[in-house]
Write a protein that binds this ligand. Structure first.
Ligand code: NAG
Ligand code: NAG
Ligand code: NAG
Ligand code: NAG
Ligand code: NAG
Length: 319
């Protein structure tokens, strides 16, 4: 019920406990200082270690760290099995809220789950670098929300840097992603829609993919539209530089694109960089229902393109 709250570390949250601040008063200010560590426990992915909600809230974690104790959970299976793993940070914030400055260290699995609306995430660090061999599904920002800005962040993880599963008006600006699976939209499934996503001035280093849109092959009643990738640098990408695929299934693509979630109006401007040796395609498109793809100044060296199911093919597809 307070409007000014300080979480003063260092301290350890006991096993199987979470911090729940989902009912903050409107306009509350939450300041975190020092390091808060969560003791290992048996919570699963239906739990988040930290939860926040309210309207017009400012959460300032500048200089502070949330340590999720990932090494106690990582078994290479992520959210798909193995030991139960809690997610890290759930935002239900709305109404011009701001989350800034916090460093999230060693999240067991998914890091930020962004629900709610109208919230900016600024100068956040996600460091799951210690999970290189066994961390899995450590998505940095999973977004199912509207009017969200994520900017000036540094991410080192083992899954998507951004994954927009549903929502609209999402801006991902001036972020640096290393070690994971790319800046993604999707996977988009039945009944889900994603529109108006802008990725600008971002760098992707040594990730499986650079920029990706994936829709579930047999999904229906959804769409992806109005996507812009602008001024993006891709360094040493392991599989695909730009990938748009309509054949996704968890566990592996089917190879057969589905048309139930059309992808329209995708713009790539000034996207350049390099593929790693042994990579598959600099541009990979496997579509059944795609249109209005406009690429310009796209130059990704080190692998050839492979585009099927899009007409006219965008610039770079036939190079
Ligand atoms: C996950 O934890 C919740 C309690 O937080 C429990 O109700 C549920 O049964 C657990 N699910 C699994 C699969 O263990
Ligand atoms: C682009 O992003 C970098 C961080 O990677 C930042 O230092 C720079 O100020 C950003 N440039 C603009 C024009 O926003
Ligand atoms: C889509 O395919 C998956 C995997 O084969 C299956 O589990 C699911 O039931 C299918 N969904 C629909 C809507 O057909
Ligand atoms: C395509 O997307 C851009 C960026 O969101 C938007 O400005 C433009 O109006 C869209 N075009 C159409 C035909 O909807
Ligand atoms: C291009 O992609 C299609 C669809 O995944 C695949 O069947 C084919 O082998 C690929 N071609 C090359 C040259 O990699």
């Amino acid at each position: 019920t307070s409007s000014n709250i300080v979480i003063q570390g260092p301290f350890t949250v006991p096993s199987n406990q979470v911090i729940d601040m989902t009912n903050l008063v409107s306009g509350a200010k939450v300041t975190v200082k020092g390091t808060i560590t969560w003791a290992a426990g048996t919570l699963n992915k239906t739990n988040w270690l930290f939860n926040i909600g309210g309207s017009g809230v400012t959460f300032d974690g500048t200089g502070a760290t949330f340590d999720g104790n990932g090494a106690s959970y990582w078994d290479g299976k992520g959210g798909n099995g193995g030991v139960p793993k809690p997610k890290m940070f759930r935002s239900l914030l709305t109404g011009n809220s701001l989350v800034k400055g916090i460093k999230i260290l060693n999240a067991p699995v998914h890091v930020f789950t962004i629900l709610g609306s109208d919230t900016t995430f600024d100068h956040i660090t996600v460091d799951d670098s210690a999970g290189t061999s066994k961390g899995h599904n450590t998505d940095a920002f999973d977004v199912s929300a509207t009017n969200i800005i994520i900017q000036n962040c540094i991410v080192i993880n083992q899954d998507d840097c951004l994954a927009v599963n549903s929502g609209s008006n999402i801006r991902f600006l001036s972020n640096q992603c290393t070690g994971g699976h790319g800046i993604s939209i999707g996977s988009v499934g039945t009944g889900q829609t994603v529109s108006d996503v802008l990725v600008q001035n971002c760098t992707v280093n040594s990730e499986d993919n650079g920029l990706r849109i994936k829709t579930i092959s047999n999904a229906t009643d959804g769409y992806v539209r109005n996507i812009v990738w602008k001024d993006v640098i891709l360094n040493s990408i392991g599989k695909y530089g730009i990938v748009i695929q309509q054949d996704y299934q968890n566990g592996g693509p089917t190879g057969t694109a589905g048309s139930g979630v059309p992808i329209t109006n995708v713009t790539a401007i000034n996207v350049h960089g390099t593929m790693a040796s042994g990579s598959r395609s600099n541009i990979y498109i496997l579509c059944a229902a795609c249109s209005e793809f406009t690429f310009s100044k796209v130059a990704i060296t080190g692998a050839a393109p492979n585009c099927t199911g899009i007409s006219p093919a965008p610039q770079g597809c036939s190079a």
